[in-house]
Unconditional design. Sequence first.
Length: 449
Amino acid sequence: MENYKIILQKLADAGYQAFLVGGCVRDKILGREVHDYDITTDALPEQIIEVFSGFRTVPTGIKHGTVTVIAEGQPFEVTTFRIDGKYSDSRRPDSVSFTGNLIDDLARRDFTMNAVAMDIDGKIYDPFGGREDIENKIIKCVGEPALRFNEDALRILRAVRFSSVLGFGIEENTSSALMKLRGKLDGISRERIREELDKLICGENLIPVMLGYREIIAQIIPEMRACFDFDQRSHFHMYNVYEHIVRSMNSAPKNSPFLRRVMLFHDIGKPPKFTVDENGEGHFKGHAGLSADMCREIMKNLRYDNNSIERTCLLIAHHSDKIHNDVQIKRLVSQIGEGNFFLLMQIKRFDNYGKRPFVLKEFEEFERHENALREFIRNNECMHISQLEINGNDLKNLGFSGRAVGDMLGELLDNIIEGRLENQRDLLLEYASRGNLRPCAESERNAVK
């Protein structure tokens, strides 16, 4: 027996009504894999806990009727049928009243496709036409759209996310209301916005949703609005800045929020860096660094963790680096690491998919760079200070101290990468003992020529 049926059966055996409800029923109707099962019942929270006295239970949201039951290691949210009171914070009802009527419970839900229940035998309970909307691939609010969005403004973004992920259209009245009320997203916690955004950008229907509901995107990322309709005036590009971002993002794997997030922000700094040359060609010199800086602030505002922020911004900062030879490959690897270098080549491919077709010929160049790095790795060629045959203690024994230790190690690595010095201990010690520290060494290490 499937684990969710254990929950339904236990409640039924105790004399209570119990149903699967919401997204899990929708996904079953669609034939999609179900990851989370939500269960609704007429049992009160204390009765739920009593029924599952032999199970681990967690009073997740007992004030609102929710108890999490762990069955065979799998968590199930079990919630009492309820009617929601007023939503004063556009997130949660101020109060709830429990009811014994399934239809009352379904009536409080956001969209008709989520206002569908299923019993243990697979019978569907559908008082609001949700099954038909699922089959017709339509997202429609239960009842009055403005009321639903005023109750919980995150539903505005959820509608757009569902459209992206499921490939459903949004019904006209629902679409009109979410556009009209999009300003209410400003009052939603950044963490909740972040979670929906990460799901939205991984949708199969990303392109039409991001283009058709771009004002929703700009409501949560205002910096994106400058990219709308921005003509790049470049022979490399066939789309404006925003559409290029969307199409390049769509080229990244849909199961990788990280890579799609890199593409979402990779060109957000282009508009402020726009210049036009004497031939009328548009240029965006320095946009990668600005995009990384802007991305960092946006991700901080959305409460991403520091590691995700730094990984994302590092790749964005280097996404337009020009690489022409082995020395440049090694220099870049010394700065960002081998793993990030391979990711960067992928990002360059995603970027090019959002440009004119002729730039796809650069894929051969990206592959050469990847093969060159694989060869360097096989040969254990020195690309990092940690690979030097001497270390900081050796330099201290030669009389170096403080910052001079790091500067000399960097200079030694520079010379090895440039081919002027071999990574042999005696040669490195001899060079260091002469103290030939070039004033420009540090700046050379921080730049990819």
